[in-house]
Design a protein around this ligand. Structure first.
Ligand code: ADP
Length: 359
């Protein structure tokens, strides 16, 4: 019998997981509820990411066969791409307990202590945003991950002593949007490292259709394709668009089907363009073009001009712009590409540019 038990302890600390332009805490909460409702429960329900899923399946089968504890796993990739989904599916597949926390929720080693001491044999501790662990917490975690033991310092001065506590063997599953920000010792402690990339359109169509069923609504194939095209290759955004288009369909008819016409109207109202860019994405391009003449410009400078935290730009906005070839990262900073000018319907600048830039 699976003894899976899940609780999260980062309720107040992850408001910036969603982009700040999206409407703040309420949006975050709605988003999270939607995530939980639509999240696949088993590995067989995870759509796309075939290579990653296949490797995870092998890892799980081998672990079961050996009767071992699962090695520590790190998932990295942009927000909303399925890191939490895979991390929570794994303990369900193994029938073990799962505890959930996040880097920013752990201020000091003592915050990590209950998770470590509560960890049952073979259980999973999922640490979201693991790149944001404080150094002291990270160091406390090292021996726990390596030898399943922790050193606890008691008392101060002359009376100070350290006690060594043995833990049950357990597995850390880490998730990060910034694998590059992880310290080398932390990265090295993960036996398996998997990168999740943007989804193929066919997989997004399947996600949209499956989730429409879960939401007890219907969507035509054409409308599902439209949503899949405009969700920036990201399941969380696809789910969001599905929910928003469903609202428009309901207004038309209480049991309304989501048709292409409704999807188009909804996407227009939501200011999501043909490539799937949202207002904030276009603003990024406009700032880079208008304030910095197309670049090169540093992340901090762009963030300052947009009054948006640099982390939000790097995590939530830039990955898709880079992937779509609308911007490039050069050693001297970010630059817009000709495609960005074409996409915004602007004339490409004619000025002489130093060698190495894009025009
Ligand atoms: P991340 O942890 O990378 O930010 P999540 O795992 O929370 O992303 O994914 C957000 C939502 O997208 C999930 O609740 C789920 O509904 C959907 N989703 C993500 N990956 C998949 C997938 N491979 N198949 C089906 N749905 C997915």
């Amino acid at each position: 019998m699976p003894r899976e038990r899940i609780f999260r302890d980062d309720e107040d600390d992850d408001e910036d997981r969603s982009r700040s332009s999206s409407g703040g805490a309420l949006f975050d909460r709605e988003n999270r509820e939607l995530d939980e409702r639509l999240r696949p429960e088993r590995l067989e329900d995870v759509i796309g990411q075939r290579n990653v899923v296949e490797r995870v399946r092998v890892i799980l089968d081998a672990t079961r066969k050996r009767g071992d504890t699962l090695g520590h796993i790190l998932f990295d990739g942009p927000p909303g791409i399925g890191k939490t989904t895979l991390a929570t599916v794994i303990p369900k597949e193994l029938g073990v307990d799962c505890q959930i926390t996040a880097g920013p929720a752990l201020d000091a080693p003592k915050d990590l202590l209950p998770y470590l001491t509560n960890a049952t044999h073979g259980s999973v501790l999922f640490i979201d945003e693991i790149h944001r662990l404080r150094p002291a917490v990270e160091e406390f975690l090292y021996p726990a991950m390596e030898d399943f033991r922790i050193d606890i310092a008691l008392g101060e001065g002359m009376n100070a002593r350290t006690i060594n506590m043995q833990l049950k063997p357990f597995t850390v599953i880490g998730a990060t949007t910034r694998a590059g920000m992880l310290t080398a010792p932390m990265r090295d402690r993960f036996v398996y490292r998997e990168h999740l990339d943007f989804y193929l359109q066919e997989d997004l169509i399947e996600i949209v259709q499956r989730n429409a069923k879960k939401l007890r609504t219907t969507i035509t194939m054409e409308a599902a394709i439209e949503v899949a095209k405009r969700c920036q290759g990201t399941p969380r955004k696809a789910n969001n668009l599905l929910l928003r288009t469903r609202d428009f369909a309901t207004l038309e008819h209480p049991e309304g089907q989501i048709t292409t016409k409704i999807a188009d109207t909804a996407l227009k109202r939501l200011e999501i363009d043909a490539l799937g860019l949202e207002r904030q994405d276009r603003r990024y391009l406009e700032v880079l073009m208008d304030v910095f003449g197309g670049g090169p410009a540093g992340l901090q400078a762009i963030a300052h001009s947009m009054s948006v935290p640099p982390d939000t730009l790097e995590d939530d906005i830039e990955p898709f712009l880079l992937r779509s070839g609308l911007i490039q990262r050069t050693p001297r900073g970010r630059v817009t590409t000709p495609k960005a000018y074409d996409h915004l319907g602007r004339t490409r600048p004619e000025q002489d540019r130093p060698p190495g830039t894009l025009f």
